[in-house]
Design a protein around this ligand. Sequence first.
Ligand code: 4AD
Ligand code: MG
Length: 478
Amino acid sequence: MKSIKQILNSSEYNKQISVNGWVRTKRMSKNVAFITLNDGSTINNIQIVVDADKIDFAILDKIHTGAALKITGELIKSQGKNQNVEISASKIHIYGEANPDEYPLQPKKHSLEFLREIAHLRFRTNLFGAITRIRHAMIFAVHDYFNKNGFYNIHTPIITGSDAEGAGEMFRVTTLPPKDAPVTEDGNTDFSKDFFGKETNLTVSGQLEAELAALALSKVYTFGPTFRAENSNTSRHLAEFWMIEPEIAFADINDDMNLAEGLLKYCVKYALDNCNDDLQFLTKRLINEEKNKPQNERSELNLIEKLEFILKNNFERLTYTEAIDILKNSKQNKKKKFKFPINEWGADLQSEHERYLVEKHFKKPVILTDYPKEIKAFYMKQNDDGKTVRAMDILFPGIGEIVGGSQREENYDKLYSRIKELNIPEKDMWWYLETRKFGTVPHAGFGLGFERLMLFVTGMTNIRDVIPFPRTPKNSEF
Ligand code: 4AD
Ligand code: MG
């Protein structure tokens, strides 16, 4: 059977066809009724014309928003101005009814908060249909980009025995009973009795394993779920999110920045080229939302224009030190408008600072490099100044940090001493260190938060709305 998307694009008039879908609206008059049907293949509905001469109107009493139907009928050129084709029904089959007194989704505007509470049904709204289709397109674009550029996809483990990265708090994985877990002589939980014979957690990143593969296959990427147990209830953080992590051998931080900029632009272009109907819908939605805002708070560019803007401009590249100077001397800082004032070199940047640089100062995406080593991970390549590392973060308008990456420390002695300085247990790191003993090469990589990319492409503002089933503190329903 053809999808509604296919039917809307076809011109096989006056032929019998069948179509499946869920009712979005029903309008009745005396002798004719109109049903709009959607099957999720496109944001557009197909209009079904129900004529009292052909169909017993009694069936219409059972058809309401949300019901699932199979319609058989003739495809005809539409007289209406909203669609090109419609179906004149000769037969209606009801798969499943939806009682209008109980069905929570009615053809009116629902708040995003309400829709989060009914995440099992929110796929059926225009908004979440559009987001879900774009999410699929972005997953595909990511794989397409790497495949076209000679990368190999690898699956890195989800359960990990090391907490070396320090990217965030971890979720423990255990089969020990919560009560009466075995204890060692000194009273701690005895993980040698646990499933893996040691403490294990859900991974915060696939990077360390991706590096192992890159040091043989040269260009690899992993695209998997990652888990962070931070108790941060922000609109940019999830406890379970998807991350794209490429790793390239024989490469430095400039290659890394070029790769990341290339990937982001490819994904945005892919969305513009392949998700036009959904992007048009999201753009109109945002324009409507902004009508409630005062004129000076409305954005200059609409969603589609913002996406086009990204393609046309190079990302601004500067060092952390240069950024700190800009921030320190900004009016915002002098007037004490930052929640975290910038007083000295070495401060970690908060999202208010990142957004100032991107949205107010440069008005385009920014790549910051060479951060103080104290605020970055142990594996980043140390600069000769002894103070900074070859980190690079990409900051996006409306989002803040979208990519975090670096050139990696490939020198065994330097890496080893950093591990010692930070008291990282060597027993967790022996395999990682060995790659620096045997055929080590300059290499680099980054992590792109997939849901942050989704926020940017859809113009949504809460990360809970760009993943089907968000996991956040106190929230694991569905
Ligand atoms: O900057 P992060 O922590 O970097 C790493 O994990 C490195 N191992 C990546 C690498 O070099 N291979 O995370 C990378 C990106 C962030 O820039 C952000 O986009 C996203 O992952 N991210 C989150 N997205 C949603 N919810 C969270 N809690 C996130 N934490 C990080
Ligand atoms: Mg980061």
